[in-house]
Design a protein around this ligand. Structure first.
Ligand code: 5GP
Ligand code: ZN
Length: 108
């Protein structure tokens, strides 16, 4: 798949990786909006949350990857998770990703 985050997952483009398991890769956002801003992406290409299949095992692994990333980077208990689904919501990269944001207050 010729997709920016697929290329990062494959190691074809550099990224500042902070966590990895069999299901997800987590790396620092190139344009951080908070003192901590990490993106968690599934290793398989899914365009957005809309495209997550009715597969509780896969969905659970992705969610666990988010939680495990938060633990690994030391923000457990104090972070926000955001996923933009679709261009109307501000999604720019069409490979599912969860923003982990911490270190400042956000509204809402
Ligand atoms: P979206 O708006 O799609 O939810 O978020 C895309 C995010 O990907 C943005 O926060 C943007 O800064 C980040 N981003 C875009 N290109 C790259 C890149 O090449 N490397 C990294 N690490 N982050 C990127
Ligand atoms: Zn992709």
């Amino acid at each position: 798949m010729d997709c920016l985050f697929c290329r990062i997952v494959r190691g074809e483009l550099p990224a500042n990786v902070v966590f990895e398991n069999e299901s997800v890769l987590a790396f620092k956002d190139i344009n951080p909006l908070a003192p901590t801003h990490v993106l968690v992406v599934p290793k398989t290409h899914l365009a957005s949350l809309d495209d997550v299949p009715d597969d509780p095992e896969l969905a659970g692994k992705i969610l666990l990857g988010v939680r495990q990333t938060a633990e690994k980077i030391g923000v457990a208990g104090g972070y926000k998770v955001v996923t933009n689904c679709g261009e109307a919501a501000g999604q720019v990269v069409h490979h599912l990703h969860f923003h982990i944001l911490a270190g400042k207050k956000f509204v809402p």
